[in-house]
Design a protein around this ligand. Structure first.
Ligand code: JAH
Length: 270
């Protein structure tokens, strides 16, 4: 996979040189280029922002440097031959990803979608965001996805890009071992995970739940399922509500009912 990141703070992306992402880059699974947006400014002050039309607080990122940056990274007339038929990730148009609190929620499903792209281009906004026309113009050439990591506001999109790449790169073939891929499957049931423990069996007077040391794998599986259900009901009741609710069997419903958790009639219908 080829990744281009455009930002006014290239040094913010230095964690990409480290750890597992750094290793994926060394292994050739991942190619990352970080670009300073100011390279595409022409005034002496290398200005990237201006006041918002319509008034209001803060500043907005000017469209011109962004337009020139994206023109260089993804030429408007496409790779030789036109269209999107180009060869490797290097000249495929790929997808433009723009972190913003106004985006669609970033989920594991979206991480899988992005991991299937040959090329990703990230645009890191600052201030109140990027002039919308930059995204509208880019959308004439490539899919554009505005992505939110949650309902909070950062100084800019750089750290959000680090988060998104952590989630995406670990899904690339050859980055994780097979054992880890299986862990991934177990997250797919839509519940929070049960708590985990390792040695020693007692630490600071706190014992590991005895059932986990019993060797009774059926009871352990049921205990973990119950813990997952209780955690999810308490911390993320939204995951148990609505049509996207995880498949709950009769025993699951009994466990939840015993705790006083109200399963909506809509979910009970299934
Ligand atoms: C803030 C541009 N949902 C996390 C998130 C992502 C991006 C931004 N904030 C929060 C952001 C300012 C300018 C992007």
């Amino acid at each position: 996979m080829r990744v281009d990141i455009v930002t006014i703070f290239p040094e913010y992306l230095s964690p990409l040189d480290l750890s597992l992402i750094g290793r994926a880059r060394s292994a050739g699974v991942l190619e990352v280029a970080v670009h300073d947006l100011r390279r595409w400014t022409h005034d002496v002050h290398r200005t990237v922002d201006d006041t918002p039309y319509g008034g209001g607080p803060g500043m907005v990122m000017r469209p011109e440097p962004w337009g020139e940056a994206l023109d260089e990274l993804v030429p408007p007339d496409g790779p030789a031959g036109g269209g999107s038929g180009g060869g490797s990730g290097g000249d495929a148009p790929g997808r433009l990803v723009v972190p913003t609190p106004a985006g669609v929620p970033f989920t594991q499903a979206l991480a899988h979608e992005l991991a299937a792209e040959p090329r990703l281009i990230f645009a890191c906004g600052r201030y109140e965001g990027i002039d919308q026309r930059v995204l509208d113009d880019a959308a004439r050439r490539m899919p554009v996805t505005e992505v939110s990591l949650g309902d909070y506001v950062l100084f800019g999109g750089e750290v959000a890009v680090l988060v998104i790449l952590e989630a995406v790169v670990r899904l690339l073939p050859g980055v994780l071992g097979n054992a880890d891929s299986l862990v991934e499957e177990s997250h797919a049931d839509g519940l929070l995970e049960a708590p985990v423990y390792t040695k020693p069996p007692t630490w600071r007077d706190l014992p590991v739940p005895e059932i986990l040391r019993s060797g009774d794998h059926a009871r352990i599986a049921r205990w973990r399922r119950d813990q997952a259900l209780l955690r999810t009901a308490r911390r993320r009741p939204d995951l148990l509500a609505g049509p996207a609710a995880p498949g709950l069997d009769g025993r699951d419903r009994d466990v939840l009912r015993d705790t006083g958790f109200q399963i909506s009639p809509l979910d009970m219908a299934e």
